[in-house]
Design a protein around this ligand. Structure first.
Ligand code: U5P
Length: 209
């Protein structure tokens, strides 16, 4: 699918299978989400540009590679997005973090924004937006509308599971934003859940209902 990368690393796929299991506990789910997010982060940052810095090793001076440009921004769509943040920040500890509060109206499935906070100069940074699930796509579309209205131009979207319907709608709204996911599941059900999916990511992560 154009603009969509499926991260099919065996460790990602194995961990995802355990996360999907109904009987997986909250504690295990959370731990797996942290582990898997590190691997997803590795893949979503694979093509970042490098420059060089003159450094002195104990033996000699060299031009050594370092990341080019301003610090990355990880933008978490609350609250489930926070589950992906932890592992990503382990890999990129200096990343800046944006929080975007969007909840889904259970009747209309429309996204309603209630919170937004972002670091300065997001127009000069790569922004990686994270939410474990791309279901209807409405939350991600709204979050990225907001980021763009604040000046962000270089954006990627990272999730664990995506529904074909969500990808289609998302790509129609934001064709310039590539999507990275560990799986494209079969479909959405009548309540807007991804099937086979893993249930409500926020509830599974925090043990709520
Ligand atoms: N969501 C789930 N599980 C699903 C479908 C959606 O947890 O099977 C939640 C996600 O937490 C996400 C939001 O934040 O709903 C995405 O929904 P949507 O706006 O893409 O429909």
């Amino acid at each position: 699918m154009d603009g969509v990368t499926v991260i099919d690393h065996p460790l990602v796929q194995h961990k995802l299978t355990i996360m999907r299991k109904k009987e997986t506990s909250t504690g295990s789910f959370r731990r797996l989400l942290r582990e898997i997010s590190t691997l997803l982060c590795y893949e979503v940052t694979r093509d970042l540009e490098l420059t060089t810095e003159r450094i002195q090793t104990p033996l000699e001076e060299i031009d050594a590679p370092v990341l080019e440009g301003k610090k990355l921004v990880f933008a978490s769509i609350l609250r489930a997005g926070n589950g992906l943040l932890e592992g990503m920040l382990e890999l990129v500890p200096s990343a800046r973090v944006s929080h975007i509060g969007v909840y889904r109206d259970h009747e209309t499935l429309e996204a309603v924004e209630y919170f937004f906070k972002a670091p300065d100069s997001i127009d000069e940074r790569l922004v990686i937006v994270v939410d474990p699930m791309l279901a209807t796509g409405n939350s991600a579309i709204a979050a990225i509308d907001t980021l763009k209205s604040r000046g962000a131009t270089n954006i990627r979207f990272l999730c664990l599971l995506a529904a074909p319907e969500g990808i289609k709608s998302f790509r129609a709204h934001h064709p310039d934003v590539p999507v990275y996911t560990a799986s494209i599941d079969r479909q959405l059900n009548e309540k807007g859940y991804i099937v086979p999916g893993l249930g409500d990511a926020g509830d599974r992560m925090y043990g709520t209902k």
